[in-house]
Design a protein around this ligand. Structure first.
Ligand code: F6P
Length: 552
């Protein structure tokens, strides 16, 4: 495999050196690191494209950073970045280029796949999306009965849902409040029923978002949406053209579903699902915030792309963030990474990041197909602050797991209200301070705590965190933040020598689900050939269904 790194990760000199270095400094206390270097909190910071990163509260020294940077170099990071931006087929297991960066390239820039510049096509779709979004926003896109559209329902799952819903929530402040937005993803009928129960079909527009247009959950929900619309609007199939648009790469399947391809917004196989919120998959976002604000979002992405592409490895935000994740996952055995946004609008950001990070780097073989003998992608999780503090922070502070945390805060609130924002931000700074420096037994005892209670009240500290501080949550800021994590995932994948752009791990369950669905619903008793547990569960489901049918 041409793209695989010829030197296994654990044989790279920097990896070996990091192991020795960890043995030396792994136990060093953050208290001591700060005491020895009073300027550390200002020195170990980096600012780019409106994001200020304080990484001083990490269990690192200057030597750690030097070795991690050396590891990135030995892992061929520079070459991999260049290959991605050049449109090379770095998604080797699917034989595809990886060009989400082209989705936010300004007009006039040239990014070629197989010699063809893709940027004009990107802008052609953006232009069509803009016209469509404007028509809906101005009440000029009329439904079948002549009423203007008031509710937009995005139907999609995975990358065709998590990006749109996260961006809608994140940018709600900028959204047109005359329109309402709903998101249906789960194949559980409850999701569709609850999302639509108070809607007027005559004023509802469905965006069926699916890269492949074959995903079982989305196709099932789309079919229910079509039935719901036609039933309410008198069964005239011509109503579909007014109430359904599609976002997909699969024009044939879109047409077969009954959506006019004139109402389809395309994208390309070089956009991975989890990297697609800034493609036409972002149509609901664009309708919510308008084409101009959507372009600001793209400008934020692009600014971070350029920083990632051009900044030196040692002064590169996504590189640093990605390398720190490798440091904790592989040398401290950290199995999870918390992301804690202190902004209510970012409440779906951790869920979005889960797909971005875990579907990308949850891999157990290298690009060359060899089993890895080191940890790859950690579990990402989180909740917005301050709610998490009253829930799971106890374990981060006093549990037995080491959980590196990313705290994300803003210097300005979009909803200034009394002292709320100062209190919110005080909690960001207080939490990172408490995690890093804790409270010793001596300090606890000095407060007059009874001896038996002292161990319970001790905070060991030495728990690492990054603080990301931005000015305010604008569309542009969101673009920079998402691109930062996208590229951090790329850095991690490059060091681990895995392919962050395929997701074969989701296939087996999909195939089995189709088979089991047939076995659950067949009129004849099916011949089951699963294991005894699965067979028994299928039989029980069928017999409970039959007995409830016969008693009805
Ligand atoms: O779950 C696997 C996956 O392929 C994701 O990568 C993707 O985002 C999601 O399914 C939805 O796929 P599609 O957009 O093709 O419906």
């Amino acid at each position: 495999m041409a793209l695989a790194n010829p030197i296994p990760l654990t044989a790279r000199p920097a990896w070996v050196a990091l192991g020795e270095h960890h043995a030396e400094i792994g136990g060093t206390e953050l208290r001591d690191l700060f005491a020895r270097d009073p300027g550390r909190g200002e020195r170990l910071t980096l600012e780019a494209e409106g994001i200020y990163l304080d990484y001083s509260k990490n269990r690192i020294t200057d030597e750690t950073i030097g070795l991690l940077v050396q590891l990135a170099v030995e892992s061929g990071l520079r070459e991999r970045i260049a290959a991605m931006f050049a449109g090379e087929r770095i998604n080797a297991t699917e034989d595809r280029a990886v060009l989400h960066v082209a989705l936010r390239a300004p007009k006039g820039e040239r990014i070629a796949v197989d010699g063809i510049d893709v940027v004009p096509a990107v802008h052609e779709v953006l232009g069509r999306m803009g016209e469509f979004a404007d028509r809906v926003r101005r009440g000029r896109w009329l439904g079948h009965t002549g009423k203007a559209i008031r509710t937009i329902v995005n139907v999609g799952i995975g990358g065709s849902d998590l990006g749109p819903v996260m961006a809608y929530e994140a940018l709600r402040h900028y959204s047109d409040r005359e329109l309402s937005f709903r998101f249906v993803s789960n194949v559980d009928g409850t999701d569709f029923v609850e999302a639509t129960r108070d809607l007027d079909p005559a004023e509802t527009l469905f965006i069926i978002s699916s890269k492949t247009f074959t995903t079982l959950e989305t196709m099932t929900n789309a079919a229910s949406a079509r039935d719901w619309t036609l039933t309410a609007l008198g069964g005239d199939p011509s109503a579909i053209a007014k109430h359904f648009v599609a976002v997909s790469t699969n024009a044939e399947a879109v047409e077969a579903f009954g959506i006019d391809v004139m109402n389809m917004f395309g994208f390309w196989d070089w956009v991975g699902g989890r990297y697609s919120m800034d493609s036409a998959i972002g149509l609901s976002t664009m309708i919510a915030i308008g084409p101009d604000a959507f372009r600001e979002l793209l400008a934020g992405f692009h600014a971070m792309d350029e920083h990632f592409r051009t900044a030196p490895v040692e002064a590169n935000l996504p590189v640093l963030l990605g390398l720190l994740t490798v440091w904790y996952a592989d040398f401290f055995g950290a199995q999870t990474q918390a992301v804690l946004p202190y902004d209510q609008y970012l409440k779906r950001f951790p869920a979005y990041l889960q797909q971005l990070t875990m579907e990308s780097n949850g891999k157990h073989v290298t690009l060359g197909g060899a089993a890895v003998d080191y940890a790859t992608g950690p579990v990402y999780w989180g909740e917005p602050g301050t709610n998490g503090q009253h829930s799971f922070y106890q374990l981060i502070h006093q549990g037995t797991e080491l959980i590196p945390c990313d705290f994300i805060g803003f210097t300005h609130s979009l909803n200034p209200l009394g002292e709320h924002h100062d209190i919110l931000t005080a909690n960001v700074f207080a939490q990172t301070e408490a995690l890093a420096f804790g409270k010793t037994a001596e300090q606890v005892a000095a407060e007059g705590t009874p001896e038996w209670l002292v161990p319970h009240r001790v905070f060991e500290g030495n728990r690492p965190s990054n603080t990301l501080l931005l000015d305010r949550l604008t569309p542009r800021a969101l673009g920079t933040l998402v691109a930062l994590y996208e590229h951090s995932v790329f850095v991690q994948g490059t060091v681990w020598d895995v392919n962050p752009f395929d997701q074969w791990g989701v296939e087996l369950g999909k195939v089995l689900a189709r088979q089991v669905a047939g076995e659950l619903s067949s009129a004849e008793e099916p011949e089951l050939a699963h294991d005894s547990s699965t067979n028994a569960l299928i039989r029980r489901y069928r017999s409970r269904q039959e007995s409830s049918c016969s008693s009805e």
